[in-house]
Design a protein around this ligand. Structure first.
Ligand SMILES: [Zn+2]
Length: 211
């Protein structure tokens, strides 16, 4: 599983995904080091509009598109009212992110909590990284780099809040997977043990926290 193509697990990834993820990590590193000009230059290489278009047209439908290609019907589940209590608290969220190396378990995209993203935006200038209230007014980098927590077995399918059932994920993978199980999507479950180590990114996140 270590050699699986990241993000092909859920949906075809944007062809410049890896390049832009590297721009993002370099930009955060420069910002943490106080080199704002280089941070802005790196972030400016990310085509936010193109990335947002990919999210809106491809990534957010990853699970349901895959189900359609497999010619399967979605499993009927009783309606579940989602509530905040069913999401992990901030301590557990951090624990999951640290365990998963601050990167998406499903596509390996580097992740920051929204509060950390906002700190980064204040360092590079919010003009470069607009985050409006609606998804359509958000820079595309948001969908790949804001941290979310996914229930691997969805809550609606009986999944729990035990750490083994929680994965750090980017917004794109979380919404793309929707309420499907990996079994329903005929995919192997990406395990925490096989998750790629990313020491330099982890260090950058820790340094950002320390500012
Ligand atoms: Zn992802």
């Amino acid at each position: 599983m270590a050699n699986r193509d990241p993000q092909s697990v859920l949906s075809p990834r944007h062809k410049l995904f890896s390049e832009w993820a590297s721009c993002f990590t370099r930009s955060v590193r420069y910002a943490v080091d106080g080199d704002c000009a280089s941070a802005r230059e790196e972030f400016g290489k990310i085509d936010g509009k193109s990335l947002a278009f990919w999210f809106h047209t491809v990534a957010q439908y990853g699970g349901s598109d895959r189900l359609a290609v497999l010619d399967r019907a979605a499993t009927a589940r009783s309606a579940v009212i989602k509530s905040r209590a069913r999401m992990p608290n901030s301590r557990q969220t951090r624990d999951i992110l640290e365990r998963d190396q601050w990167s998406c378990r499903y596509c390996e995209s580097p992740l920051l909590l929204r509060s950390q993203l906002d700190k980064f935006r204040s360092l590079i200038g919010e003009d470069l990284f607009p985050l409006g209230r609606t998804n359509l007014s958000k820079h595309g980098a948001y969908f790949l780099h804001v941290a979310t927590i996914d229930h691997i077995v969805p809550w609606s399918a009986g999944g729990t809040n035990e750490s083994d059932n929680l994965a750090a994920t980017c917004h794109a993978c979380n919404f793309g997977k929707d309420d499907f199980t990996f079994e329903e999507l005929s995919l192997d479950t990406p395990s925490a043990a096989n998750h790629r180590k990313n020491a330099s990114w982890v260090k950058t996140v820790e340094d950002l926290d320390g500012l």
